[in-house]
Write a protein that binds this ligand. Sequence first.
Ligand SMILES: Cc1cc2nc3c(=O)[nH]c(=O)nc-3n(C[C@H](O)[C@H](O)[C@H](O)COP(=O)(O)OP(=O)(O)OC[C@H]3O[C@@H](n4cnc5c(N)ncnc54)[C@H](O)[C@@H]3O)c2cc1C
Length: 392
Amino acid sequence: MQTVSEHEVIVVGAGPGGATTATALAQQGHDVLLIDRQSFPRDKTCGDAISLGCIQIMNNLGMGDKVRDAVARGEFYRLDGMRLVGPSGHVLEADFKRGANGEESYVASRIYYDAVIQQQAVDSGAHFLHAEVKAPIIENGYVVGVMAQANGETKAYRSRIVVGADGVTSSIMRALRPEAEQHEDKHRAVALRAYIKGLDLFAHQVEFFLYDDILPGYAWIFPISEDTANIGLGMRLDRFRDLKKNLKKMLQEFLEMPAIKERAKNGTELRDVAIWQLSFGSQKNMQYAFDGALLVGDAAGFINPITGGGIHNSLISGILAADTITGALGSGDVSRERLKIYEQRCHDEMWSGMRRSYFYQRILLNYPGLIDGLIKYLGRNSGVAQAFISKL
Ligand SMILES: Cc1cc2nc3c(=O)[nH]c(=O)nc-3n(C[C@H](O)[C@H](O)[C@H](O)COP(=O)(O)OP(=O)(O)OC[C@H]3O[C@@H](n4cnc5c(N)ncnc54)[C@H](O)[C@@H]3O)c2cc1C
């Protein structure tokens, strides 16, 4: 098979995780090929909540102006706080803090958000290729590139390291991670997202709804503007299968709940209904480093098991991957032994939060009454509410 090009690093997937990895690597002077099967801008099924931590990382990578421009164009909608509605209708409210440099949280449709980071990767010097990666190329046990299809032709692209940042259904992850290490259903979820018009919204507030039929998941209403919101719901996969649920039907039932229905007096308009999967970072002993390859973001499975948030962890893992790769290329050693430090760094950065969230998730599942009481007791501006949103 003819080789089209050779690079130091190939990053597969230009979502938040891959584009961050490519940006950081290009800024460190590496020759990077960033491949995505979609051209940008493109949609990604998501709740679109972008935490303060994401904006801080983006600013560190030089995206401050791009974020300000997106806010000015109305593509990033500022968040001031949250409302958490419990099973009996009690509400816990919290204001969001700003970052030390004035950074804020947003709801930003992924069609806009992802385009900002993908563009930053290109502006930083990464080469972008619109192609679908079919499989890693493996020689003597090492990943040495990928086979990718563009315009009906499959060709070889070679590199010293490949980063799999191609999301939850990652072709790189499936080829490299042993079958026994795939995510179990209790560490996975399914979720539906749509955009809704016609509902009375709480301006600049995200809303989470916990109720018996959905626990330990939740439904959400996240405004993207004064009149439109991202609406959706998600469930843990084992519960979803056991209860034989249907997400579209569950959304209709949510919209029929009296507290929601009274906010839609003139009817609602739904668009872009889509369903996608999530893999939580709460499963132990998962492998993210291989001979010649690393996994980043959803491809590794870094979603928080209580909030379903994964963008911040994708960015964090992208930065850690880039630093690990720079060290490995410098030493001339891209073996798993050398790259394994990435697993340790991800563990140090994310594992305690993942386990704590998994513990809260089990409380939500087994003691919903306790949650009701807590929400009633905590009321407004508690540290718990702040902690919840900081995990997004
Ligand atoms: C319904 C839902 C709601 C969510 N809500 C939130 C939220 O509000 N906030 C939050 O922080 N997180 C949320 N998440 C999680 C969040 O969407 C992910 O954690 C995040 O998108 C992970 O980023 P990523 O870059 O790792 O992967 P992705 O964003 O999935 O990007 C992967 C990229 O790889 C490309 N790709 C895939 N396969 C190939 C291939 N074979 N060849 C080439 N390219 C390929 C895709 O086109 C895509 O661009 C939600 C998830 C779901 C499903």
